[in-house]
Design a protein around this ligand. Structure first.
Ligand code: CA
Ligand code: CA
Length: 184
């Protein structure tokens, strides 16, 4: 069963992804994230790189709909919590949740490892927060917690560990909890 703390984090994650905050996760939310990245990086709208980013951000949405088995092009908070509860946590094996965590990490790297060095730098992390309109208030603390080997970069393994804590931990101080900002 999902604990209250887990529900609050999943609810927060929904709000982060629901970029226009209209209570529905829709294709526009994801396409707009792509557009902001393109603007942030200063790519030409028609460039191949820009188009790839739009495809990747849209693909994330399509995968969510497929995962949540939702025939409509919109997910409500209720659909979202139900998806986590039934498919990821109670649906059976831990493998499904692990798969989702790995995939979420891959998406973050796809979209925000802008120099493609396979690490998320502090600047790249700050960009991610800006693009999702997340306050930078806890950015330093969150980055340091995620960077467990303290080399100043977030590796894929560190991201996965942080996401695992974010989705699974019931400890309010777990490192990784602030990955998408403050939900407390
Ligand atoms: Ca990078
Ligand atoms: Ca690191």
């Amino acid at each position: 069963m999902l604990s209250e703390i887990q529900k609050r984090k999943i609810h927060h994650f929904f709000n982060v992804l629901d970029i226009d905050r209209n209570g529905h996760l829709q294709p526009e939310d994801f396409v707009n994230v792509g557009k902001r990245i393109i603007e942030k990086v200063g790519l030409g709208q028609e460039s191949r790189a820009a188009k790839l980013i739009l495809i990747k951000s849209h693909r994330l949405f399509v995968q969510l709909l497929t995962d949540a088995d939702n025939p409509e092009l919109s997910l409500t908070l209720w659909d979202w919590i139900e998806f986590f509860r039934d498919q990821l946590f109670e649906g059976g094996n831990n493998g499904v949740l692990e798969y989702y965590i790995h995939r979420t990490s891959r998406h973050i790297f796809d979209l925000f490892d802008m120099n493609r060095d396979h690490f998320i730098s502090k600047d790249e992390y700050a960009n991610m927060l800006t693009i999702y309109k997340i306050s930078q208030e806890h950015a330093d603390q969150s980055f340091e917690e995620l960077d467990s080997n303290k080399d100043g970069m977030i590796s894929a393994d560190e991201m996965i560990n942080g996401l695992r804590n974010f989705f699974k931990s019931n400890d309010i101080n777990s490192p990784g909890n602030l990955i998408f900002g403050d939900w407390r």
